[in-house]
Design a protein around this ligand. Structure first.
Ligand code: ADP
Ligand code: MG
Length: 267
């Protein structure tokens, strides 16, 4: 099992719940998870009794047609939303039993998010965007700027720290979003269609970055429509009508770290 080194002050253990043996349970565990939306007198099951375990260190691709519940599942795992019924444990904590503050704390410490449209602030520099989650960290780290600069360097943007989104390409904006998502050393990185707004070559570069982060020990879960993108993951889960209809392990694409995407040897 992967042990992630964490800087002092980012210990994910939360005091309100007893500490659990992390090796005894999966990082993410859903049991009979349902999410019902009430629309004009009708009940719609966005998630319909989903059970699923995701291990620490996994790299998962979630696929399935539009409306099949992929984003709803991601929002649950990301503690952005709570289930209608069933149980969801994230890093040993039952999210249905957490207070609003505890949910916010779980999101801040344990989870990083990346979205299709990057979700950056339009007039804020790359460095300030990446520092933003640290303002909500408790305790707030003293070396926040250094942490943010290190993450920007990790995504290859150390020379773009003063740039605002409109001075950056789509791929560069997504790199800023990824640096922002990992600045708090999360255990889990969630990305909902992260390459949906990017061309093929840029998409490959972004996937290489996810693969590198996963190799460092972060559990990565991405939603994608594209089979080529799903090939980067070690496990592919397919949703349909709010249920899991397929769940397979696969040998992920492997490229040596540091090889620029598009320049690797092809058969
Ligand atoms: P996907 O990401 O696979 O396209 P979603 O998880 O976004 O699917 O949606 C699953 C189903 O739940 C869809 O039928 C969608 O219309 C419905 N849904 C999602 N969010 C809401 C909401 N906030 N209110 C009502 N219905 C919703
Ligand atoms: Mg979606």
């Amino acid at each position: 099992m992967t042990v992630i080194e964490r800087p002092p002050g980012t210990d994910p253990a939360v005091s309100s719940e007893p500490e659990r043996d992390a090796s005894a349970s999966p990082l993410i565990s859903a049991r009979d998870l349902s999410k019902i939306y009430h629309l004009g007198g009708e009940d719609l099951a966005a998630l319909d009794h989903v059970s699923l375990d995701i291990a620490d260190g996994d790299f998962v691709a979630i696929m399935g047609p539009s409306g099949s519940g992929k984003s709803t599942m991601m929002n649950m795992i990301g503690a952005l939303d709570v289930p209608t019924s069933g149980e969801l444990r994230i890093d040993g904590r039952d999210i249905g039993r957490l207070s609003v503050d505890e949910l916010a704390d779980l999101r801040n410490r344990t989870i990083g998010f990346v979205f299709q449209q990057f979700n950056l602030l339009p007039r804020t520099s790359a460095l300030k965007q990446v520092m933003l989650p640290l303002l909500y960290a408790n305790p707030r780290p003293e070396n926040g700027e250094e942490m943010a600069r290190r993450r920007l360097a990790q995504v290859g943007l150390d020379n773009r720290s003063g740039h605002t989104p409109r001075q950056l390409s789509g791929g560069q904006q997504q790199r800023v979003a990824i640096a922002r998502a990992i600045v708090n050393n999360p255990k889990i990185l969630l990305a909902d269609e992260p390459t949906g707004a990017l061309d093929t070559k840029t998409s490959e570069e972004i996937m290489q970055l996810f693969a590198d982060l996963n190799r460092e020990g972060i559990t990565v879960i991405i939603v994608t429509h594209e089979p080529e993108i799903a090939l980067w993951a070690g496990r592919r889960i397919t949703f349909r009508d709010g249920r899991i209809v397929d769940d397979v392990r696969q040998k992920p694409i492997e490229k040596p770290i540091g090889t620029p995407a598009g320049q690797e040897a092809r058969p």
